[in-house]
Write a new protein. Sequence first.
Length: 128
Amino acid sequence: MKNVNLKVGDQLRVEGFIPAGADRFIINLGTGESDLALHFNPRFQVDRKALVVCNELTAGKWGQEKRQNCPDICSGQNIKMVFKLTGDKFRVELPGGQEVDFPNRRAIQVISYISVERDLKLSVLEIL
């Protein structure tokens, strides 16, 4: 989605279903396809639980990854996530009360591009 207006202090609610046997899904927030302030990428392990990989992409070049185990994100289940842009970081609220923080390395104040890719059957995408 282009021409989105997600500002500091806003929240993005994402809900959907992760099919059994899913490999990964991706949620990108930024200003364009090659300029991502947050690349949020849960990758499913053999036990169906997720290793979340976060990164940023600037002018087509990846930054340093942050990885975090998130055992409450599992394939074969519904998921509800809330993405918050607080100014200096992104905070993603996940099932089970777990949170993932990722620095807003480029100090972006407005997200104008959102994409949801791969193994997530999206049911809700809403700016709050």
